[in-house]
Design a protein around this ligand. Structure first.
Ligand SMILES: C[S@@+](CC[C@H](N)C(=O)[O-])C[C@H]1O[C@@H](n2cnc3c(N)ncnc32)[C@H](O)[C@@H]1O
Length: 470
């Protein structure tokens, strides 16, 4: 077997990180870099080095070095402003109502500490440390990567990491040192950092947590490992405690053990009284065929082909038949909604979307369908809310960006319109664009991308000529 593949499997087995075939080249490059440092020429020698002394301190140290090289550690302060607003306006006030002696907050997969320090800054700025002097606020950041933890402890950051920190906050809490900004000791001492592997629960050692941030970590895991992680986090969180995930991860079907809580455009999960019901791994697979994976895909594909060919009556009849045998098969319900929307039967389209949302609040495409319907009915505020919700849950939905861009353009908000159009073009360039096949029968992906590219250029020129472009 190819030794790069063996190493890939070893990394996945020990720390959950999954490298698909498309990421193999970057994995091989990381391995090469490490082998060069060690003066090794062949991957099998490196593999043997990791395995031969398996379990010995030197093999473990070498594995840590490897993990430091292959983990993706991109992060910044206040990465998701809406979630931090939710922490400030809803979660923390609610927790403090119970006059707790200790509040524990865990940044799981904290990278170089920006998330954990953003939590401490939020508490500080709310005046929590002064208002509740008898309460111990314990914030812990953990990561598998020892290099980023070392960086976290120094508290020194470049401008890029601080791009979401507003000027006055920066002035109040950071000291400039050359090209870097060092966070004040007063905030730094509020956070502890520990090394730990999230595939080995329970952790961290401090025990039950009131709030867990586990954002942009499990997207790199295979669904079964992500599922185990969610179950582990559920066990770690106190009754009534909160779990905050990243955008892409919100698609997990975690709502059985948690209730979904929304607050001005942000979502998170509150641990409920019910135990976490076992969830099928297939339901965690990214994509639309989640709610009933065993439903007939072939029948669905025929309906989709009919829809694309403009044979809507045939598509509708096929989908109705399919839904009679598999009523929770999300793609069929969405496609039926698409058929209704395209034929101007907006209320029926909205009903299909609503019935899906009753099954899972997290079905981004159902929010998209509601947004499209509301746009066509000129219910602009509703449309914007649904489209934003769709994008909150799945930022790659090209049609949601496209429709939202059109709504901003119609309102004369050229900057926001361009931002939405540019997202489509950027995702297309990065090959991460999701066209949402259920609704795009009359537009090809090239047409949508071309429209967005042209519109963005045109609106920007228009803004420049009018002198309104920032
Ligand atoms: C993309 S960063 C996310 C940082 C931060 N949570 C955020 O959203 O900005 C992902 C982090 O997860 C860490 N990580 C990956 N696998 C892990 C594991 N098995 N256990 C603990 N941390 C892990 C990586 O080292 C990396 O620092």
């Amino acid at each position: 077997m190819d030794h790069v593949l063996q190493l890939r499997d070893l990394i996945e087995e020990r720390c959950g990180l999954h490298f698909d075939d498309g990421q193999r080249a970057s994995l091989a490059a990381s391995l090469e870099a490490r082998m060069q440092q060690l003066g090794l020429e062949r991957v099998d020698d490196y593999y043997a080095k990791l395995l031969n002394a398996g379990g010995t301190p030197s093999a473990e140290a070498e594995f840590r070095q490897l993990v430091n090289l292959v983990t993706i550690t991109e992060t910044c302060f206040f990465r998701d402003a809406a979630q931090f607003r939710m922490l400030r306006e809803q979660i923390l006030p609610e927790l403090m109502q119970k006059s707790p002696k200790t509040v524990r907050i865990w940044s799981a997969g904290c990278s170089s500490g920006e998330e954990a320090y953003s939590i401490a800054l939020t508490l500080w700025e709310m005046g929590a440390y002064l208002a509740y002097p008898d309460c111990k606020f314990e914030i812990v950041g953990t990561d598998i990567n020892t290099a980023v933890l070392e960086a976290a402890r120094t508290g020194a950051y470049c401008v890029r990491a601080l791009r979401n920190v507003d000027g006055s906050l920066l002035k109040r809490h950071f000291q400039q040192d050359g090209g870097q900004f060092v966070l004040d000791e007063e905030i730094r001492r509020r956070v502890a950092f520990e090394q730990g592997n999230l595939t080995q629960m329970p952790m961290p050692s401090t025990g039950v947590q009131d709030v867990v941030f586990c954002k942009n970590v499990a997207i790199y895991f295979k669904p079964d490992i992500a599922l185990r992680l969610v179950q582990g986090l559920h066990d770690t969180i106190a009754e009534g405690g909160y779990l905050l995930l990243g955008h892409a991860e919100s698609l997990w079907q975690v709502s059985d053990g948690f209730e979904l809580v929304g607050h001005s455009g942000a979502f998170c999960y509150r641990k409920g009284k019910r135990a976490l019901a076992p969830v099928s791994i297939a339901s965690l697979e990214r994509g639309t065929r989640r709610l009933s994976p065993d439903a007939s895909s072939e029948q669905y594909d025929d309906c989709l082909a009919a829809f694309r060919a403009g044979e809507w009556d045939e598509a509708e009849a096929g989908l109705r038949a399919l839904l009679r045998s598999a009523p929770t098969f999300a793609p069929a319900r969405l496609l039926l909604g698409g058929v209704y929307a395209h034929s101007g039967r907006y209320d029926e389209a909205a009903d299909e979307a609503e019935s899906l949302l009753k099954l899972s609040d997290l079905e981004a495409r159902a929010h998209l369908l509601l947004g499209m319907v509301a746009s066509r009915q000129h219910r602009v505020d509703h449309a914007m809310q649904s489209l934003r919700r769709a994008l909150y849950l799945d930022d790659s939905l090209a049609l949601a960006h496209f429709w939202l861009g059109n709504l901003y353009r119609d309102r004369g908000d050229l900057v926001r319109a361009c931002h939405e159009y540019d997202s489509v073009v950027r995702d297309w360039d990065r090959h991460t664009l999701d066209l949402t096949e259920e609704f795009a029968s009359d537009l090809t992906v090239e047409q949508i991308v071309g429209f967005c590219r042209d519109s963005s250029h045109r609106l920007q020129r228009q803004g420049e000529v009018a002198g309104t472009w920032p």
